[in-house]
Design a protein around this ligand. Structure first.
Ligand code: SF4
Ligand code: SF4
Length: 292
């Protein structure tokens, strides 16, 4: 079973929820946690894991052979990223950092002056603690292709899973609803959407739940810090009721939540109240026949 933890808005507590669920599940099952927040991965910090490099991730980029170039400018015209600068009667200039590797320039070049090479866009790391097998993707500084890193991360995780034979995979997605989030949700059996009682969080939650419906993935809502603004929390509950979306967990705000993060210790290991809440979320998400 694959469960994606997402929610739209950043800072709602997705990573804390993902790590807590992973640590609780790992007490009975073989668990893999994929940290797909590749621009800013931090599950290894919350789990106190010293990561080991698994592999580098590369992306195809074009390479020019100016001896074959007729200075027609077609490659620059087709590049939607404006990664090719063309000045009449000059050879095209390539801005590598903004190329997304779509290969349109290679296809369009009439003289086959452009071939394919590659550049490193990130790294995949592995590690283990609290019984959780962690796989993390990290985008190289200044690179843009976070969606590609997540897709590669998912592929390599499957490969790792074949060896480790994990029974449940949790995916901690990035904030938002863009390419890296979509790449995280593909193939998931369930989406746990983590939100908080604020207007911006509810706005972003609706967008991510739209994605869940688009991909026809079962979903439920976790309201984090629900007691900070109870009147807005009831607005989220009303929205959930009207749209027949289950609230699978309500997490109160406690100072030790922050303290355990600073100590790099999963919150369920420091507070039994939280452990019960996460056990409740697991019961709502995972069918009884999975034996958890
Ligand atoms: S591969 Fe795509 S993005 Fe990169 S330079 Fe060519 S057309 Fe532009
Ligand atoms: S499309 Fe090919 S021939 Fe035309 S400018 Fe680009 S590299 Fe040169």
């Amino acid at each position: 079973m694959t469960i994606a933890i997402t929610g739209g808005k950043g800072g709602t507590g997705k990573s804390t929820v993902a790590v807590s669920l992973a640590v609780e599940l790992a007490k009975n099952k073989k668990i893999m946690l994929i940290d797909a927040d590749v621009e800013c991965p931090n599950d290894h910090l919350l789990l106190s894991v010293k990561r080991k490099k698994y592999c580098n991730v590369y992306m195809p980029i074009p390479k020019w052979d100016f001896s074959k170039c007729t200075k027609c400018g077609k490659c620059a015209q087709v590049c939607k990223q404006n990664a090719i600068v063309f000045v009449k009667e000059k050879y095209p200039a390539f801005v590598k950092d903004i190329c997304i590797g779509c290969k349109a320039c290679i296809v369009v070049c009439p003289t086959k002056a452009i071939s394919e090479t590659k550049k490193q866009i990130g790294t995949i790391y592995i590690g283990k603690n609290y019984g959780v097998n962690l796989v993390t993707g990290e985008l190289k500084l200044g690179e843009l292709a976070s969606g590609e890193i997540v897709s590669e991360l998912r592929k390599h995780s499957e490969e790792i899973n074949k060896k480790l034979k994990n029974e449940i995979t949790l995916i901690d997605s990035a904030a938002g609803i863009g390419c890296p989030v979509i790449a995280s949700l593909i193939g998931a059996d369930y989406i746990a959407a983590v939100t908080e009682p604020t207007p911006s969080a509810l706005h972003d939650l609706k967008r991510v739940l739209y994605l869940a419906d688009y991909f026809k993935i079962k979903r439920g809502i976790v309201i984090n810090k629900f007691d900070l603004e109870k009147s807005f929390c009831s607005k989220i509950e009303k929205f959930a009721k009207n749209n027949k979306i289950p609230i699978i967990g309500k997490i109160p705000y406690r100072k030790d939540f922050v303290a355990s993060t600073i100590k790099m210790k999963p919150v369920i290991e420091t507070n039994p109240e939280y452990r019960k809440i996460f056990q409740g979320i697991i019961k709502s998400v995972i069918p009884v026949e999975a034996g958890i």
